[in-house]
Design a protein around this ligand. Structure first.
Ligand code: DX5
Ligand code: ZN
Length: 215
């Protein structure tokens, strides 16, 4: 069963609670929360207080994507704020094994993310410990970019390794996912689709969720 994780980055932040309730009611499986620190990526989005307020108001599975330089320092506050799954970048500065352990210690699921220039093999040593791997199909930092087809090969490669080792982690893809690219991602092995502009950028986000689910 393919899961859909709408990225709130593309939502109207002044209407965040209402927009998130609408996509959840329309059948979204989780909410993707993009955290940017202006250092790991050249943009600043939102942080712990916004997640805490949202999680309090909208019951959902919170898929939190940390695009920050030092994820290890912020595991506790994000988990306490309501994150159910915390994704951090292998290119960040925190020690990978220790950060995965810190996430699990908080009772949260852990995922590692790779940027477009990072080969999928980089995450192979950690696959046993992860609940998910996130493959970026755009350079992290901004919504509304064009899908990079090179992500499809990475998904295939990770899916092959997952099956070869009999592992259960999920494969998520993020960036430029829409009605045209979603089926390609699924065919390549993706289990979780993140979509920002394609959902919150649509005139009717709830209808966009239903349309994506129908694919
Ligand atoms: C990009 C973020 C994505 C972004 C996706 O840095 O990680 O989650 O919101 O937005 P779209 O779907 O518009 O590419
Ligand atoms: Zn993201």
């Amino acid at each position: 069963m393919i899961k859909l994780s709408p990225s709130i980055l593309a939502a109207d932040f002044a209407e965040l609670g209402r927009s998130c309730e609408a996509v959840m009611a329309a059948g979204a499986d989780m909410l993707h929360v993009d955290v940017m620190d202006g250092a790991f990526v050249p943009n600043i989005s939102l942080g712990v207080p916004v997640l805490a307020a949202l999680a309090k108001r909208v019951p959902a599975f919170y898929d939190v994507h940390l695009m920050i330089r030092r994820p290890l320092q912020y595991i506790k506050p994000f988990c306490a704020a309501g994150a159910n799954l915390l994704t951090f970048h292998i290119e960040a500065e925190s020690p990978v094994e220790q950060t995965i352990q810190a996430i699990h210690d908080e009772g949260c699921r852990a995922a590692l993310c790779i940027k477009p220039a990072t080969p999928p093999e980089a995450v192979f040593p950690y696959l046993d410990a992860l609940e998910m791997v996130l493959v970026m199909s755009v350079e992290p930092g901004f919504g509304g970019q064009k899908f990079m087809p090179s992500a499809l090969d990475k998904l295939r490669w990770l899916k092959a390794e997952k099956d070869r080792r009999g592992l259960k982690f999920l494969l998520e893809v993020d960036g430029g996912v829409d009605a045209a690219t979603a089926p390609q991602c699924v065919a390549a092995g993706a289990d979780v689709l993140v979509a920002g502009s394609a959902i919150f950028g649509a005139a009717d986000p709830a209808a966009a969720v239903r349309a994506m689910a129908a694919l």
